[in-house]
Ligand binder design. Structure first.
Ligand SMILES: *[C@@H]1O[C@H](CO)[C@@H](O)[C@H](O)[C@H]1NC(C)=O
Ligand SMILES: *[C@@H]1O[C@H](CO)[C@@H](O)[C@H](O)[C@H]1NC(C)=O
Ligand SMILES: *[C@@H]1O[C@H](CO)[C@@H](O)[C@H](O)[C@H]1NC(C)=O
Length: 355
């Protein structure tokens, strides 16, 4: 080592390890340098170890007021008490509750819950767990968009928030209100064979009555008007399956390309195909794969697999339908045929509903 380097090393050494014999205890200014440099290194270590969480935490505490009265209880007190909530708090960096950019508007008993849960497997889709009934019920609508937003899940800017309320499809007020809310919003409708849907609708109501020991009329007696022998359009379940009529109300406001139609009968047997189409409609990457769904032999339908968590829809989903008089089924199919034809020409797509 040459002389220059040696003397530099010497002066550095005298800052870090001042020799006691010459000067006694280090001088005050040397001590200061030592403390400042050491604290800086320590701070650097901590920051790197927690990998950005420190910054996210600081960011979140600045926004805590906003979370205080949120419906899911992200209140300050909860954050301090509940360890899960504290973890949630660490994850909150960049997360916000956003109004939905896409709404599943119906149709009841066509698999809306299944569709929503399949879509939830996509990392960029965030779903609202509750059916909000925001645009159809006056008492909810009057609360304003801010109220609605508070029930939405946390999301990143790159995510798409989806809400579903099957009741919107048959609501008189929902189309206009949703158009006012966001005229370029994306809408999803899921259809099943109209007769299958009526039977499924009846089955749900009938099982509820069965549980409460209430009397109920047989399907055939409700669906067919005894006096005329024709389909009873006074029965609401029959009217809901007249898809053409309801969809017309939506196309008064929205352009056809804003409404994506899911084939509910196909969703049951081939969920990935329908999900891929929704991903395309939403402009998302195809990230839901055959690793995310599996067929459960016992249940007889597809279930979801989100990495560490396998789950099927609740036991009340995928019920067995009661045996129905084939003559009544034929009557229903004949009744729906003209509505189906009009629907197909309106949407430019045909479903295999002929019998
Ligand atoms: C309206 O919906 C479209 C389509 O999802 C979305 O791109 C847009 O950001 C939404 N507008 C507002 C104001 O949320
Ligand atoms: C319905 O009836 C069954 C048998 O008659 C009885 O065991 C059950 O408690 C009843 N359920 C209700 C909700 O009343
Ligand atoms: C399939 O469904 C049955 C009934 O719900 C359940 O007990 C079983 O654990 C499920 N199997 C798998 C592999 O998820």
């Amino acid at each position: 080592m040459d002389q220059k380097k040696l003397s530099l090393l010497h002066s550095l050494k005298s800052i870090w390890f001042p020799s006691r014999s010459k000067m006694g205890w280090p001088r005050r200014n040397q001590m200061c340098v030592w403390i400042i440099v050491t604290s800086f290194l320590l701070f650097l270590c901590v920051t790197l170890t927690f990998n950005g969480h420190v910054w996210k935490m600081l960011d979140v505490s600045m926004h805590l007021d906003e979370y205080d009265d949120a419906s899911e209880g992200y209140g300050l007190r909860k954050l301090l008490e509940d360890p899960d909530a504290r973890i949630e708090r660490l994850r909150l960096g960049g997360l916000e509750k956003r109004l939905p950019q896409c709404i599943i508007i119906g149709v009841r008993k066509c698999g809306t819950r299944a569709l929503l849960e399949f879509l939830d497997l996509h990392p960029n889709i965030k779903i609202a767990d509750m059916e909000m009934h925001y645009f159809n019920k006056d008492e909810n609508y009057e609360n304003g968009y801010e109220w609605y937003r508070k029930y939405m899940p946390f999301s990143q800017t790159s995510d798409i928030t989806i809400e579903k309320t099957p009741r919107y499809f048959i609501s008189e007020s929902a189309p206009e209100r949703i158009f006012k809310f966001n005229s370029s919003i994306k809408l999803i409708v899921i259809f099943r064979h109209p007769t299958t849907r009526v039977i499924s609708d009846y089955t749900q109501v009938y099982e509820n009555k069965l549980e409460r020991n209430k009397t109920f009329e047989p399907f055939e007696d409700i669906v067919i008007n005894k006096r005329t022998g024709r389909v009873n359009t006074g029965y609401k379940a029959v009217r809901i399956s007249m898809y053409y009529y309801h969809l017309t109300q939506w196309l008064l406001y929205f352009r056809r390309h804003q409404i994506h139609i899911v084939n509910g009968d196909n969703l049951i047997v081939n969920p990935l195909e329908e999900i891929k189409r929704v991903e395309t409609f939403l402009g998302l990457e195809h990230l839901v794969t055959d690793k995310n769904v599996y067929f459960n032999e016992t249940r007889g339908f597809y279930c979801m697999n989100s990495g560490n968590n396998q789950h099927c829809l609740g036991a009340q989903k995928g019920r067995k339908h009661p045996d129905i008089d084939p003559l009544v089924i034929r009557k229903l199919n004949n009744f729906y045929r003209p509505y189906n034809r009009k629907l197909f020409s309106m949407i430019g797509r045909k479903f295999d509903w002929d019998d």
